[in-house]
Design a protein around this ligand. Structure first.
Ligand SMILES: [Zn+2]
Length: 281
């Protein structure tokens, strides 16, 4: 069963990647200002590194943890006696809410921001950006996930469903695509869209301090971190409105990218206000 779910998750990941690469090619929102091959190569290399590391250090222990927690009957979901589709749906919603808080913490807590910054250093945004996560961030977030699992107690199937949905939704909302306003409004009322998430990657901190949701857009609206992006906005229309300006020169340097979170000058005081927002409530 677990092997089947595992294969399913891989199929969803590869299928989503190819699909959104295709859609971006046919109808890109923003002009391509840098080599797509370079982006795919760099971000694909990161994904390969992360896959190896995660398989060794995170994936198996986390899965064993899910099974252990399930056997022990731990978690709110177990206490409520949720089963079947109700449990799957409830787990998806609750785990996505945890993810919202975790993402917001990644922008607020200096130590976490060191690693999450590697994702936001991208100078553009397309489906390959969804692969761009520092292994340090993934390792730390695995600890947070272990805690959520113990608190909520999802079944192994619900956990796989959630992980697959996160992967697919991240590919979708990082893609360089857009929808006409009336369609965009409908989709983003329910889930995070590329326009919704482009605001989160914007240089303009008015936008960049907001829109932390991963799957359901509800959380930003509910927890007052929503900024409505406009279709004609410079932020969503130009590559130069995306990514952290101070990291642009080394955004595609593998060495700098990997080492930077561990350097003491990573959070340059002059840039701190710009790169680690803390004023928003
Ligand atoms: Zn972020």
């Amino acid at each position: 069963m677990n092997i089947d779910l595992d294969t399913g998750k891989l199929v969803v990941f590869l299928g989503g990647l190819l699909f959104f690469l295709g859609v971006e090619t046919l109808a890109p929102k923003r002009p391509w200002r840098e080599s797509r091959f370079k982006r795919l190569l760099f971000h694909g290399g990161i994904a390969a590194l992360n896959t190896v590391l995660i398989r060794l250090v995170i994936y198996v222990p986390l899965l064993l943890w899910v099974v252990f927690v399930e056997q022990q009957g731990w978690g709110i979901s177990r206490w409520l006696g949720l089963t079947g589709w109700v449990e799957l749906a409830a787990s998806l919603v609750v785990l996505d809410l945890f993810d919202y808080f975790w993402h917001r913490a990644n922008h607020r807590v200096t130590f976490l921001w060191r690693f999450h910054k590697a994702h936001h250093a991208d100078t553009a945004m397309d489906v390959t950006t969804a692969l761009r996560f520092h292994p340090g961030e993934l390792m730390i977030s695995a600890l947070a996930k272990a805690l959520w699992i113990a608190i909520w107690g999802p079944t192994a199937i619900a956990w796989f469903l959630f992980e697959a949905m996160v992967s697919l939704c991240a590919q979708f909302h990082h893609s360089n695509i857009d929808f006409p306003d009336h369609i965009e409004g409908g989709i983003s009322a329910l889930i995070v869209t590329p326009r919704f998430h482009a605001s989160h990657h914007a240089v303009d901190r008015h936008y960049g301090d907001a829109n932390f949701s991963t799957i359901f857009s509800l959380w930003d609206r509910l927890l007052r971190s929503y900024q409505r992006p406009e279709s004609g906005d410079a932020i969503t229309n130009t590559e130069y409105g995306l990514g952290l300006p101070e990291a642009r020169d080394r955004a595609f340097s593998p060495g700098a990218w990997l080492v930077e979170p561990f350097q003491s000058n990573n959070l340059n005081v002059n840039n701190k206000k710009q790169t680690q927002p803390s004023e928003m409530s």
